[in-house]
Design a protein around this ligand. Structure first.
Ligand code: PMP
Length: 398
């Protein structure tokens, strides 16, 4: 009786099995048991590093050096040389944005968000949270003992009023850097200015900006040219970095406290050291001229996609589709209704294109959408093929 209402609202989620490496062309087995090669517009492997031979080599070398598993949590005996080296490299990479930064490893971004918000958001704190923040940040605020004040998406006037009326000893502003379902950027310059005026910390979850934006791929903080000890950065390493894991980079007072208090850090087995060893290689690639070349290609593809969709919407205004203004490789196309969105995704799937339909509760009701994500390893011809398929669907629906 719990599944029926989900199905009745066209909200049933289905699992597919990827049978080949993560790449724009991937063999995927669907619910019908059939495996097909699809052109994928859905991974968060923005720089196309997940299948990079140098990372596979580093991973293998890491396993040879350190074995398969870490054997214990960080504070018992699981914290290895590779974790330590990675934390030092991450802190150094991000030091232009966060002076004196220290980094602390977490197994996943989800766990980092739960750990940071539940530890820092104690009963003495108020948390100010953008309404479109990622589910893992929302879950973190649910675990926190702090009072949680949600502000309308990027509404700095509303946030200012909430901060001004807060009497809390500790104030935590929390936001996605790049919003995961909309692809737009948080106004981090304005957020940091407010944090300074109101003596607040600014926690930025840069899952979709790290590796992609800013000098050397240092993310949304670098994109805005920010530099402050008030910044607490949460980065995931399974997206643009192409591997797995996550970290928090912040002033040592924060990271040292998290080491004592973040339960998702303390009470879990440290990730395999080989993962950290592979991420070290990935960090080297992201910072290098190869990383720059990949980012340049990505920006070119983003512009091509955007211009193509704008043309399409101009030709078919009555469909009511809407392009969300995005500054990242996450490009949503809002369709509206759940069923119409899933039918369009199925149509694309039928011609060999995988573009996920995203429905409530992941996005607000009535804004179901195709979430197109691009990788540096897509080609112009790939984008053209997607635009052509969308254009044929639009013509048929008109
Ligand atoms: N934050 C954001 C904004 C995300 O999109 C995601 C992943 N979807 C996460 C955190 C969680 O990161 P991880 O996949 O490393 O758990």
């Amino acid at each position: 009786h719990k599944l029926h209402p989900i199905a009745a609202q066209d909200l049933t989620r289905v699992l597919r099995v990827a049978e080949s490496v993560t790449a724009p062309r991937q063999t995927v087995r669907g619910a019908d048991g059939r495996a097909r090669e699809l052109l994928m517009f859905c991974s968060n492997d923005y720089l196309g590093l997940a299948a990079h031979p140098a990372l596979a080599d580093a991973f293998t070398e890491g396993v040879r050096l350190y074995g398969a598993g870490s054997g214990a949590s960080h504070l018992i005996s699981g914290h290895g040389l590779a974790h330590e080296r990675l934390e030092l490299a991450l802190a150094q990479w991000l030091s232009p944005q966060i002076p004196n930064a220290q980094a602390l490893s977490f197994c996943t971004g989800y766990m980092a968000n739960l750990g940071v918000l539940s530890a820092l958001g104690d009963a003495e704190a108020d948390i100010f949270s953008d309404e479109l923040n990622h589910a893992s940040l929302i879950d973190g605020t649910r675990l926190a003992k702090a009072q949680v004040k949600r502000y309308p998406h990027k509404d700095m006037v509303a946030l200012q009023a909430l901060l001004a009326s807060s009497r809390a000893k500790v104030k935590l502003i929390v936001t996605d850097g790049v919003f995961s379902m909309d692809g737009d950027l948080a106004p981090l310059d304005e957020l940091l200015a407010l944090a300074e005026v109101h003596d607040a910390w600014l926690i930025v979850d840069d899952a979709h900006g790290l590796g992609v934006l800013g000098a050397q791929g240092r993310g949304t903080l670098a994109h805005f040219g920010l530099r402050s000890e008030r910044l607490i950065l949460i980065g995931t390493l399974g997206k643009a970095a192409g591997v797995a894991g996550a970290f928090v980079a912040a002033h040592p007072t924060i990271t040292q406290y998290l080491l004592q208090a973040a339960r998702t850090y303390i009470f879990t087995t440290a990730s395999p050291p080989a993962v950290a060893h592979a991420v070290l290689k990935s960090l080297e690639l992201m910072r290098s001229s190869e990383g720059d070349a990949r980012r340049t290609n990505l920006v070119r593809l983003q512009a091509q996609l955007r211009a193509g969709i704008e043309r399409l919407l101009h030709e078919h205004p009555h469909l009511g589709w809407q392009l969300v203004s995005s500054d990242s490789p996450v490009q949503p196309l809002i369709i509206g209704e759940n069923a119409a969105t899933m039918q369009l995704a199925a149509r694309l799937d039928a011609v060999g294109l995988r573009v996920p339909g995203i429905r409530p509760p992941t996005v607000p009701k009535g804004t179901a959408r195709l979430r197109i994500t691009l990788c540096a390893t897509h080609t112009e011809a790939d984008i053209e093929r997607l635009l052509q398929a969308l254009s044929e669907a639009a013509a048929e629906l008109s």
